[in-house]
Design a protein around this ligand. Structure first.
Ligand SMILES: [Zn+2]
Ligand SMILES: [Zn+2]
Length: 144
């Protein structure tokens, strides 16, 4: 799903109706979008709907790297990601990989092929210097 509006289509498709009598937990970054999703689910007859109070941001503040959340959290500001604890922490998990070389990274960049491409992609610093494009644009440029 790309937008909150997609929730409606997804739910109305009926493909999640088998979960109606099961406990369901929704979560999102700040706890606003799952509020929307929860009320849509309740209206459709879901019996036990929960949400994480304050969203993943609050959860991360409370549990740091030792909670059930793994990896970074994408955020909608210039930082593009936030961490819940130190990378030196033994519970720290890095899930992201550079789209070009596969090296572990949690840094998002805007594709330099603007305004044609509006993608954000994960890249290590080294590849960002040599190839400041998302995977698709880099492939196109290489074959052009
Ligand atoms: Zn790289
Ligand atoms: Zn691109």
């Amino acid at each position: 799903m790309e937008t909150t509006h997609d929730f409606i289509k997804e739910l109305e498709s009926g493909k999640y109706d088998w979960m109606k009598d099961k406990p369901v937990i929704s979560y999102c970054t700040g706890g606003i979008r799952c509020e929307v999703l929860s009320s849509l689910m309740i209206n459709r007859g879901f019996q036990e709907v929960y949400q994480i109070d304050g969203g993943i941001v609050r959860y991360g503040e409370q549990f740091g790297n030792s909670g059930l959340w793994e990896g970074s959290l994408y955020v909608f500001d210039d930082r593009m990601h936030t961490e819940f604890g130190s990378p030196e922490d033994p519970d720290y998990v890095q899930l992201g990989h550079c789209v070009h070389c596969g090296e572990a990274t949690n840094q998002f960049y805007n594709c330099a092929n603007e305004p044609e491409c509006r993608k954000q992609y994960l890249s290590c610093e080294r590849c960002r210097e040599t190839t400041p494009y998302c995977g698709e644009c880099a492939t196109e440029r290489a074959s052009a």
